[in-house]
Structures are given as structure tokens and as C-alpha cells.
Ligand binder design. Sequence first.
Ligand SMILES: [Zn+2]
Length: 142
Amino acid sequence: MSQQLLLTDYLAKLKCPICQGNLDLIKWNADYSAFYSASSVSNSRFNFSCSQNWRHYRLFLIHWLPEITIDYEAVILNIEDLEIVIYQYYGPDQQGINSIEIFLYPKGGKPSIYRNKERLFDFSQIDKEKIIKRIQTILTFN
Ligand SMILES: [Zn+2]
């Protein structure tokens, strides 16, 4: 199978967890080395995102290898005066690195962060309501 077909196949299994929309290619030749040379993952570096709104769901997809994989994915949610940003990392070298980070930005309040070694979401199998419920559960027990 050509790489193009592999990618089409892979993308068909993904969707935006916020609006259930398709994903769009943003930048084919994203600079992967620059991505990793940054001291921390930059929010702006992604090569695919929700076709409706990149803030919904964006990801860095390693699309050039026979085994296509997600490198990281991010979701931004707004509930009333709270903005929630979720990052999940799949990088090959995750030693000592958290696999999920959830940032909470209350309007006019102090931001906080929750981290975990385990990834906690399958964004291809979830919707906005479920994400919110899940976050409430996670934060209640931590
Ligand atoms: Zn969307």
C-alpha cells in the first residue's frame, strides 16, 4: 500500500472529539527536528487538526513512516469561565516524561496543572461531554 493510502486509512479512524469533524492536513513537511529541539512542546507545532477549528483537536502525526503514529495530540475545551487544555504524548522516548498533561486556566484565577504517566483518553472514541465528565472524575480523585 502506498504511504498516501496508509495515511488516508489512518485518518479515517480519527475524528475531532469536540465536533466529530474530520481532520485536515495543516502542514505536510512540518519540521520534526525543530519540534523536538524545543525545550518543551510548543503549542503551535502540529501538522493535522480538526477541519472546523484547530483549537478543538490538533495533533502531530508521524505520517512518513510505514507505521503511522500519533506523536502528540491536544484538545482545548471551554466550560463557562474555565479553559482546559489537554496534551497527550506518545513519543518514543517517554522515560521520565508524563504521558498526559491537563492545564486548567480559570478566567482571572491561578492556572493549575495535572500530570499523569498514563494516557487517559482515546480521542477517537469520545465526545466533549465524556471528556468533561472524565476530567471531573480525574480531578476529584487527585
Ligand atoms: Zn472539531
